[in-house]
Design a protein around this ligand. Structure first.
Ligand code: SF4
Ligand code: SF4
Length: 101
């Protein structure tokens, strides 16, 4: 996967980068929701399939955080400002250039 933490000039036009969340790290405390200027994130209960994909330790951690986790329903609006990457206390967010893996 090609990721960046503000390695290119920013902001980028919307639709070039999207945030990707490491759900095994995310604790759902919503710093990303608070800092994103274009409302990319929401924090809600983890989907069953995402919960099932977690490791045993990840499941324990998720339950400890009331199964709350961040999703990106408005990812296409991301302008790659990097604020969410910097704000996330769990280092759970990376920016991925669209068209790369
Ligand atoms: S700031 Fe990080 S840990 Fe907190 S909800 Fe967002 S992605 Fe999860
Ligand atoms: S990089 Fe900026 S615009 Fe993109 S999701 Fe994070 S805070 Fe929002």
């Amino acid at each position: 996967m090609t990721t960046t933490a503000r390695t290119e000039p920013c902001p980028q036009p919307a639709g070039v980068y999207v945030p990707v969340i490491d759900r095994s790290r995310c604790e759902g405390k919503a710093d990303c929701v608070r800092v994103c200027p274009v409302a990319v994130f929401e924090v809600r209960r983890i989907d069953d399939a995402d919960f099932a994909a977690l490791s045993w330790l990840g499941k324990v951690k998720s339950v400890a955080h009331r199964r709350q986790t961040a999703y990106t329903p408005n990812a296409e609006a991301c302008e790659a400002c990097g604020e969410c990457v910097n704000a996330c206390p769990e280092k759970a967010i990376k920016l991925r250039k669209l068209g790369t893996r």
